[in-house]
Design a protein around this ligand. Structure first.
Ligand SMILES: CC(C)(COP(=O)(O)OP(=O)(O)OC[C@H]1O[C@@H](n2cnc3c(N)ncnc32)[C@H](O)[C@@H]1OP(=O)(O)O)[C@@H](O)C(=O)NCCC(=O)NCCS
Length: 176
Protein backbone atom coordinates (compact mmCIF):
# COMPACT_ATOMS: atom_id res chain seq x y z
CA UNK A 1 0.00 0.00 0.00
CA UNK A 2 1.22 3.55 -0.82
CA UNK A 3 2.56 5.30 2.28
CA UNK A 4 1.59 8.79 1.04
CA UNK A 5 -1.03 10.14 -1.36
CA UNK A 6 -1.74 13.62 -2.65
CA UNK A 7 -4.73 15.44 -1.14
CA UNK A 8 -5.87 16.46 -4.62
CA UNK A 9 -6.27 12.81 -5.65
CA UNK A 10 -9.20 12.45 -3.24
CA UNK A 11 -11.20 15.37 -4.68
CA UNK A 12 -14.77 14.29 -5.33
CA UNK A 13 -17.51 16.44 -6.84
CA UNK A 14 -21.19 15.53 -6.76
CA UNK A 15 -24.02 17.50 -8.35
CA UNK A 16 -27.70 17.19 -7.44
CA UNK A 17 -30.84 19.08 -8.41
CA UNK A 18 -33.30 19.85 -5.58
CA UNK A 19 -36.52 18.05 -6.53
CA UNK A 20 -39.92 18.17 -4.75
CA UNK A 21 -39.14 14.97 -2.85
CA UNK A 22 -36.04 16.62 -1.34
CA UNK A 23 -37.88 19.59 0.16
CA UNK A 24 -39.77 20.60 3.30
CA UNK A 25 -43.18 22.26 3.25
CA UNK A 26 -41.53 25.64 2.53
CA UNK A 27 -40.08 24.23 -0.71
CA UNK A 28 -36.54 24.35 0.67
CA UNK A 29 -34.04 21.50 0.72
CA UNK A 30 -34.39 19.39 3.88
CA UNK A 31 -31.32 19.43 6.15
CA UNK A 32 -31.34 15.65 6.42
CA UNK A 33 -31.18 15.25 2.64
CA UNK A 34 -28.21 17.63 2.45
CA UNK A 35 -26.41 15.70 5.22
CA UNK A 36 -27.06 12.46 3.33
CA UNK A 37 -25.44 13.91 0.20
CA UNK A 38 -22.53 15.26 2.29
CA UNK A 39 -21.99 11.82 3.83
CA UNK A 40 -21.91 10.18 0.39
CA UNK A 41 -19.53 12.64 -1.28
CA UNK A 42 -17.21 12.59 1.74
CA UNK A 43 -17.24 8.79 1.94
CA UNK A 44 -16.21 8.59 -1.73
CA UNK A 45 -13.31 11.00 -1.09
CA UNK A 46 -12.25 8.90 1.91
CA UNK A 47 -12.43 5.71 -0.17
CA UNK A 48 -10.32 7.31 -2.90
CA UNK A 49 -7.64 8.18 -0.36
CA UNK A 50 -7.61 4.89 1.51
CA UNK A 51 -8.73 2.38 -1.16
CA UNK A 52 -10.69 0.79 1.69
CA UNK A 53 -14.21 0.40 2.98
CA UNK A 54 -14.86 3.44 5.18
CA UNK A 55 -17.35 4.21 7.93
CA UNK A 56 -18.48 7.61 9.18
CA UNK A 57 -17.05 8.19 12.66
CA UNK A 58 -18.24 11.77 13.17
CA UNK A 59 -19.67 14.86 11.52
CA UNK A 60 -18.68 18.21 13.03
CA UNK A 61 -21.41 20.72 13.76
CA UNK A 62 -23.33 21.80 10.67
CA UNK A 63 -25.36 24.98 10.71
CA UNK A 64 -27.99 25.93 8.16
CA UNK A 65 -27.59 29.65 7.56
CA UNK A 66 -29.65 30.04 4.43
CA UNK A 67 -32.15 27.84 2.65
CA UNK A 68 -31.49 26.07 -0.63
CA UNK A 69 -34.54 26.34 -2.86
CA UNK A 70 -36.49 23.87 -4.96
CA UNK A 71 -34.91 23.69 -8.42
CA UNK A 72 -31.46 24.83 -7.26
CA UNK A 73 -28.46 22.85 -8.40
CA UNK A 74 -26.34 21.76 -5.44
CA UNK A 75 -22.65 21.02 -5.90
CA UNK A 76 -20.76 19.22 -3.14
CA UNK A 77 -16.96 19.10 -3.22
CA UNK A 78 -15.09 16.84 -0.81
CA UNK A 79 -11.38 16.34 -0.19
CA UNK A 80 -9.35 14.51 2.45
CA UNK A 81 -7.41 17.08 4.49
CA UNK A 82 -5.30 14.80 6.66
CA UNK A 83 -4.99 11.15 7.59
CA UNK A 84 -3.99 9.90 11.02
CA UNK A 85 -3.75 6.15 11.71
CA UNK A 86 -7.00 4.62 10.45
CA UNK A 87 -9.04 7.83 10.43
CA UNK A 88 -9.11 10.74 8.02
CA UNK A 89 -10.74 14.14 8.04
CA UNK A 90 -12.74 15.19 4.97
CA UNK A 91 -13.58 18.80 4.15
CA UNK A 92 -16.87 19.39 2.31
CA UNK A 93 -17.96 22.59 0.58
CA UNK A 94 -21.50 23.04 -0.68
CA UNK A 95 -22.68 25.57 -3.24
CA UNK A 96 -26.21 26.18 -4.45
CA UNK A 97 -26.92 27.61 -7.87
CA UNK A 98 -30.05 29.14 -9.35
CA UNK A 99 -29.04 28.63 -12.96
CA UNK A 100 -31.88 30.62 -14.65
CA UNK A 101 -31.08 33.59 -12.37
CA UNK A 102 -27.28 33.12 -12.81
CA UNK A 103 -26.86 33.15 -8.99
CA UNK A 104 -24.39 30.91 -7.16
CA UNK A 105 -23.75 30.95 -3.42
CA UNK A 106 -21.52 28.97 -1.06
CA UNK A 107 -23.93 27.61 1.53
CA UNK A 108 -22.10 25.14 3.78
CA UNK A 109 -18.66 23.98 4.88
CA UNK A 110 -18.20 20.96 7.10
CA UNK A 111 -15.69 18.40 8.34
CA UNK A 112 -16.52 14.70 8.55
CA UNK A 113 -14.27 11.96 9.91
CA UNK A 114 -14.11 8.52 8.33
CA UNK A 115 -12.36 5.38 9.51
CA UNK A 116 -10.97 2.82 7.06
CA UNK A 117 -11.84 -0.72 8.09
CA UNK A 118 -10.94 -4.23 6.96
CA UNK A 119 -13.45 -6.90 5.95
CA UNK A 120 -14.17 -7.57 9.64
CA UNK A 121 -14.89 -3.91 10.40
CA UNK A 122 -11.60 -3.40 12.24
CA UNK A 123 -9.76 -0.08 11.78
CA UNK A 124 -6.82 -0.38 9.42
CA UNK A 125 -3.83 1.89 8.67
CA UNK A 126 -4.11 4.32 5.77
CA UNK A 127 -1.63 6.41 3.72
CA UNK A 128 -0.56 9.88 4.88
CA UNK A 129 -1.83 12.95 3.03
CA UNK A 130 0.51 15.18 1.05
CA UNK A 131 -0.86 18.74 0.99
CA UNK A 132 0.39 20.86 -1.91
CA UNK A 133 -1.65 24.05 -2.42
CA UNK A 134 -1.86 26.82 0.18
CA UNK A 135 -5.47 25.88 0.98
CA UNK A 136 -4.56 22.19 1.36
CA UNK A 137 -1.67 23.11 3.67
CA UNK A 138 -3.93 25.32 5.79
CA UNK A 139 -6.54 22.56 6.08
CA UNK A 140 -3.81 20.02 6.90
CA UNK A 141 -2.37 22.21 9.67
CA UNK A 142 -5.77 22.79 11.29
CA UNK A 143 -6.77 19.13 11.14
CA UNK A 144 -4.85 18.05 14.24
CA UNK A 145 -6.50 20.75 16.35
CA UNK A 146 -9.97 19.80 15.03
CA UNK A 147 -9.25 16.10 15.65
CA UNK A 148 -8.29 16.76 19.25
CA UNK A 149 -11.39 18.89 19.81
CA UNK A 150 -13.74 16.22 18.45
CA UNK A 151 -12.01 13.44 20.39
CA UNK A 152 -12.23 15.42 23.62
CA UNK A 153 -15.94 16.11 22.98
CA UNK A 154 -16.49 12.40 22.22
CA UNK A 155 -14.69 11.58 25.52
CA UNK A 156 -12.05 9.67 23.58
CA UNK A 157 -9.23 11.97 24.65
CA UNK A 158 -8.49 13.61 27.96
CA UNK A 159 -8.52 17.42 27.71
CA UNK A 160 -5.09 17.50 29.35
CA UNK A 161 -3.68 15.40 26.48
CA UNK A 162 -4.98 17.76 23.78
CA UNK A 163 -1.77 19.72 23.24
CA UNK A 164 -3.02 21.61 20.17
CA UNK A 165 -6.04 22.92 22.08
CA UNK A 166 -3.91 23.97 25.01
CA UNK A 167 -1.87 26.23 22.79
CA UNK A 168 -5.00 27.85 21.34
CA UNK A 169 -6.66 28.54 24.67
CA UNK A 170 -3.32 29.24 26.35
CA UNK A 171 -4.24 26.75 29.06
CA UNK A 172 -0.64 26.53 30.21
CA UNK A 173 -1.09 30.01 31.66
CA UNK A 174 1.09 33.04 31.11
CA UNK A 175 4.79 32.33 30.80
CA UNK A 176 5.89 35.56 32.46
C1 LIG B 1 -15.54 4.27 13.93
C2 LIG B 1 -15.20 2.91 14.51
C3 LIG B 1 -14.69 1.97 13.39
C4 LIG B 1 -14.05 3.12 15.52
O1 LIG B 1 -13.79 1.87 16.09
P1 LIG B 1 -13.04 1.70 17.50
O2 LIG B 1 -13.10 0.28 17.87
O3 LIG B 1 -13.55 2.70 18.45
O4 LIG B 1 -11.56 1.96 17.08
P2 LIG B 1 -10.44 2.87 17.69
O5 LIG B 1 -10.69 3.31 19.09
O6 LIG B 1 -9.17 2.13 17.41
O7 LIG B 1 -10.51 4.17 16.77
C5 LIG B 1 -10.20 4.07 15.39
C6 LIG B 1 -10.11 5.46 14.84
O8 LIG B 1 -11.39 6.08 14.88
C7 LIG B 1 -11.27 7.38 15.42
N1 LIG B 1 -12.52 7.73 16.05
C8 LIG B 1 -13.28 6.97 16.82
N2 LIG B 1 -14.37 7.65 17.24
C9 LIG B 1 -14.28 8.88 16.69
C10 LIG B 1 -15.09 10.04 16.74
N3 LIG B 1 -16.23 10.09 17.44
N4 LIG B 1 -14.68 11.12 16.05
C11 LIG B 1 -13.55 11.10 15.34
N5 LIG B 1 -12.74 10.03 15.24
C12 LIG B 1 -13.10 8.94 15.93
C13 LIG B 1 -10.14 7.23 16.43
O9 LIG B 1 -9.59 8.49 16.75
C14 LIG B 1 -9.17 6.36 15.65
O10 LIG B 1 -8.44 7.17 14.74
P3 LIG B 1 -6.91 6.83 14.36
O11 LIG B 1 -6.83 5.37 14.06
O12 LIG B 1 -6.64 7.65 13.14
O13 LIG B 1 -6.06 7.23 15.52
C15 LIG B 1 -16.40 2.26 15.26
O14 LIG B 1 -16.76 3.08 16.35
C16 LIG B 1 -17.60 2.05 14.36
O15 LIG B 1 -17.64 1.11 13.59
N6 LIG B 1 -18.58 2.95 14.47
C17 LIG B 1 -19.79 2.88 13.67
C18 LIG B 1 -19.53 3.47 12.29
C19 LIG B 1 -20.82 3.58 11.51
O16 LIG B 1 -21.61 2.66 11.49
N7 LIG B 1 -21.01 4.75 10.89
C20 LIG B 1 -22.26 5.04 10.26
C21 LIG B 1 -23.12 5.79 11.21
S1 LIG B 1 -24.75 5.23 11.25
Amino acid sequence: MAKKKFAKDSVTIMTEMVLPNDTNTLNNLMGGRLMHWMDIVAAIAAQKHSNRIVVTASADSISFKQPINLGNVVTLKAQVTRAFNSSMEVFIEVTAEDIPASKKIMTHRAFFTFVAVDQNGRPIEIPEVVAESEEEKELYEGALRRRQLRLVLAKRMKPEDAQELKSIFNLEGPTT
